[in-house]
Ligand binder design. Sequence first.
Ligand SMILES: [Mn+2]
Length: 298
Amino acid sequence: MRIDVLGVGFNSAGLSNGVARAPDALRRAGLIARASARHEVSDVGDVEFSEPVPQRGEVTGLLAEDALISMIGGVRQRLGTILAGDHFPLLIGGDCAVLLGALAACRAVHGSAGLLFVDGHEDAWPPADSTTGEAADCELGLMLGVTATGLPAELGSMLRPEATALLGPRDSAELIDHGISSLRGALWFATDRDLTGRIEASVADAIATIERAESHWWLHVDLDVLASDQLAAVDYPQVGGLSWEELTELTGIALRRPGCVGWSITIYNPDLDEDGHQALRIVRYVEEALASIEMVSS
Ligand SMILES: [Mn+2]
């Protein structure tokens, strides 16, 4: 498989540190070389976008609104080229807002797309109700059209619930506390506890559901789906969560499916990983997950 690694150092908080530094930190930890063990891998650099400003915008109510819109357009354009060239993109965030650009690119190239969404949070806060103001709390709700904002209208109808599966959320208590609706019941949904001990069957069922609705779909992994004793370098830790072994198994199952057209990895914060050992663990995860798919010579 020909893999293009594309960095998107976007932090929805409107900052240039934290998760914005992840692409460089993971490259320094050997991401490209380790991913290249069994595949032809190119580092195609980073998506450029306008300077983020940590203030809520007038159009969307979200922080760094101009940079967000600029980033979405940049990801859409860069990924569109990769997908049209029949390469497999590995998108390194940044945070989950990068997914808005990824799905837009999938739709531009394939007409429509599904989503296997792996995250410790549901990311469907209405922007106006988000306590952080970060697009990374909201992107899934926006793409499904269950919440709205002043973003271009096409972003709000990118994803159908029947083509979407949500794996690993564990923020239901927080959502209830704030009166925010859960996506449970609206689409294929399994919490961390639902998944434990039955990754293979659950993921197969989730993918089968997506593939009944869409032939092409994106794999999104927010690393805060992991337990804190597996990966601590995330901004919004919670109790519970998956193990590295579970996430690697899940990812390998997804990557082996021909319908999986791209993969994003988000939310690693190098500022919380002083000695860099967590970056090395993430890179090992990428290598192990990729090892489960056959190299296709071209
Ligand atoms: Mn997320």
